[in-house]
Design a protein around this ligand. Structure first.
Ligand code: CAA
Length: 282
């Protein structure tokens, strides 16, 4: 099936970023969320990102308009019936993703691939709630989506080779570099990144260093573009905790135990940049 219209479920920082890069590559996009308010937030984050690119002269004012014009907002999942490929980028909760996939399976045309931008949840388990497990796959983008080249492509146990190839080609069309990863908790990226971030939070918890000093060490000593605590704030501390919980439960090793300080911050609603406070104040 030729992919002309991409469906994106979730207009948060990942979903809106995916909608933006898809529209920038010439695809029509239907961006869905449950409330107009969430869609408005998604569109304003796309406008902000395109504005930054225009300021740097990477795109013109006309490109900016054309890209936005290719994205249609939707607050009913039934609109996914119009699309030729779906990327789900809802909150990182397995029960929610399963509900969305059951509904997508019902509403989407036969043959449409249903992908999930999950950062850690089993693709095999998500696929198993649909009647098209061969057409369910993981397509894991990195944050901020417009800037980051990587897309992990994850086959579930039943995912067909054809589904993998179509997904890999789509990632290339979006200007990304697809890398295959196995369907184990956290895949490759978060299996390695999240324990590092969790360890940085333990270092803060045990007063090994201040947030600024921990980040400075990793920036200057390891050449990371940003320190792990600032990166955790960018990703969202609720997402970091959800991923650590998946690693801990799925791999059953206490080395993946989420740091109590991370839990406390999430309990307080200090979720990072998106709430104005995390390890730093924004
Ligand atoms: N949209 C458009 N442009 C953007 C942008 C966005 N959202 N974010 C940054 N930019 C542009 C800036 O305008 C700037 O452009 P110029 O080079 O032309 O000046 C450039 O990117 C660099 O930005 P900054 O100067 O503001 O800051 P920076 O040099 O630190 O770069 C960054 C920002 C790209 C985010 C960089 O800090 C970085 O790579 N950080 C690490 C990000 C990372 O590790 N992401 C993965 C997170 S893990 C994940 O996503 C997976 C998961 O499941 C949790």
């Amino acid at each position: 099936m030729e992919i002309r219209t991409l469906g994106v479920v979730g207009a948060g920082q990942m979903g809106s970023g995916i909608a933006q890069v898809a529209a920038a590559s010439g695809l029509s996009v239907v961006m869905n969320d449950i409330k107009d308010e969430y869609l408005d937030r998604g569109f304003s984050s796309i406008e902000k990102s395109l504005g930054r690119m225009a300021e740097k002269g990477r795109i013109s004012g006309a490109d900016q308009k054309a890209i936005l014009g290719r994205i249609e907002g939707s607050i009913t999942l039934k609109d996914m019936a119009k699309t030729d490929f779906v990327v789900e980028a809802a909150t990182e909760r397995e029960d929610l993703k399963k509900k969305i996939f059951r509904d997508l399976d019902e509403f989407c045309k036969e043959g449409v691939i249903l992908s999930s931008n999950t950062s850690s949840i089993s693709i095999t388990r998500i696929a198993a709630v649909t009647k098209r497990p061969g057409k369910v796959i993981g397509m894991h983008f990195m944050n901020p989506v417009p800037m980051m080249k990587l897309v992990e492509v994850i086959k579930g146990l039943a995912t067909s080779e054809e589904t993998f190839e179509v997904t890999r080609d789509l990632a290339l069309r979006l200007g990304k570099t697809p890398v295959p990863a196995g369907d184990f908790p956290g895949f490759i990226a978060n299996r390695i990144l999240m324990p590092m971030i969790n360890e940085a939070i333990y270092a803060l918890f045990e007063s090994v260093g201040t947030a600024e000093d921990i980040d400075e060490v990793m920036k200057l000593g390891m050449n990371h573009p940003m320190g792990p605590l600032r990166l955790a704030d960018l990703i969202g501390l609720d997402t970091c905790l959800a991923i650590m919980d998946v690693l801990h439960a799925g791999l059953g090793d206490d080395k993946y135990r989420p740091c109590p300080l991370l839990k406390k911050y999430v309990d307080a609603g200090w979720l990072g940049r998106k709430t104005g406070r995390g390890f730093y104040v924004y």
